[in-house]
Design a protein around this ligand. Structure first.
Ligand SMILES: *Cc1c(COP(=O)(O)O)cnc(C)c1O
Length: 388
């Protein structure tokens, strides 16, 4: 009946209105959005500052193309550079495209060093997008099946395993970069052990590889810092962003520093829509709201509170194997696959959650969530787990 290509298994609900942490469906019923889209609406739905910026910009100038200077893009690049210490930024429309830019950059970097088949180290259970190259980089066989031939030039190692990377370094002279999520999202909210990213940085420095961090999900304040890698004080050579950057306006970014600067030049890469005035106006407003509201700090504090609450309330539950997270990326690993909990949460608790990697309840609440709203979310999730 529907003319929509069935690439998503959709829940039987449509939302018509959103405000802050809440959504309303076609029947007028209210839901608590503990997912923020999927880590997109980090400052809540229809934030007035973002709405104003978009309306203003839409009525002034929506598009000119990248053949001309774009003031909003320049301003956004300045803001992101200041917060990250990165130097140059390419703007895209999505996370996958931001990663495509990073992959192309790594290959060109390799060729500039005389490496004819540049190869990128990627991780098991990673997620980098759905385009051919990012799908190949993604560490999930299920997402790849049926789309072979995949793209060449990737080597996979287990996440959080430094020895595996050292072995590749010894045996493969074609490596040019490591692509890694500082916290894996889709893969099950996996937080690496302390020192992991620092070790990756060191290995990259020793081998003249680029350290490329995919912060499409973990970036823009979600983990309690502007960017998740900042928790360990390292600086990547390449960082990709998207989801939370526009709070719902589609925009992605590939940021570069050090040896990654100057690799891509005129004619090497582009995007018709990327970094347009409208998307950049929204993103500029998002960054202002997070900065002025000190929302990174709030995300860190609220994240600790939520983790503590879950740990206290689920301590004796035999179905809970692990409770983990960083800021407002929170995962509860169960002893069984439980995809049905998503629908139960929706219908019985009017709560939007996600289950990823089969058995991990994933929560990505907005950074503006209050403690009372967090309690409502925690009550719902605990009640759901008690039904197992
Ligand atoms: C969602 C996601 C992507 C893909 O972003 P799209 O905007 O859907 O293309 C890439 N990397 C990570 C870590 C993500 O979470």
């Amino acid at each position: 009946m529907s003319h929509i290509m069935p690439t998503y298994g959709r829940l039987p609900v449509s939302f018509t209105k959103g405000e802050g942490v809440y959504l309303w469906d076609t029947e007028g019923q209210q839901y608590l959005d503990a997912l923020s889209g999927i880590a997109v609406c980090n400052i809540g739905h229809t934030h007035p500052r973002v709405v104003d910026a978009i309306c203003q910009q839409a009525g002034t100038l929506m598009h000119t193309s990248n053949l001309y200077g774009i003031e909003q893009q320049e301003a956004l690049a300045d803001r992101l550079a200041e917060k990250s210490g990165m130097e140059h930024i390419f703007f895209s429309n999505s996370g996958a495209e931001a990663n495509e830019a990073a992959i192309k950059l790594a290959r060109k970097y390799g060729h500039s060093k005389g490496i004819k088949t540049p190869t990128i180290i990627v991780m098991e259970s990673s997620f980098h997008g759905r385009t051919m190259a990012t799908l190949t980089a993604t560490g999930n066989r299920k997402a790849q099946v049926g789309f072979e031939p995949l793209v060449s030039g990737f080597v996979r190692v287990p996440y959080n395993d430094i020895e595996a990377i050292q072995n590749v370094a010894k045996n493969n002279k074609d490596i040019v970069a490591i692509l890694v999520e500082p916290v894996q999202g889709e893969g099950g909210v996996r937080v690496p052990t302390m020192g992991y990213l620092e070790s990756l940085r060191e290995i990259c420095d020793n081998n003249e590889w680029l350290l490329m961090v995919d912060e499409v999900q973990s970036g823009i304040g979600r983990t309690g810092k502007w960017f998740a890698h900042q928790h360990c004080g390292i600086k990547p050579d390449v960082m990709t962003l998207a989801k939370g950057l526009g709070n719902g306006m589609p925009i992605g970014a590939c940021l570069v520093a050090g040896p990654a600067v100057g690799v891509l030049v005129a004619g090497n890469h582009g995007s018709t829509f990327g970094g347009g005035p409208l998307a950049c106006a929204a993103a500029n407003a998002v960054l202002d709201v997070i900065k002025e509201g000190e929302l990174c700090k709030q995300a860190a504090e609220l994240g600790l509170y939520i983790l503590d609450q879950f740990k206290a309330r689920l301590a004796d539950n035999t179905h809970v194997k692990d409770i983990r997270g960083k800021g407002l990326m929170i995962g509860i690993e169960l002893d069984q696959d439980a995809p049905h909990l998503v629908r139960a949460a929706l219908e019985e608790h009017k709560l939007l959650i996600n289950v990823t990697a089969g058995n991990v309840i994933r929560l990505l609440p907005p950074m503006i969530m209050t403690h009372a709203q967090a309690d409502q979310m925690i009550d719902g999730v605990c009640a759901l787990i008690e039904t197992l």
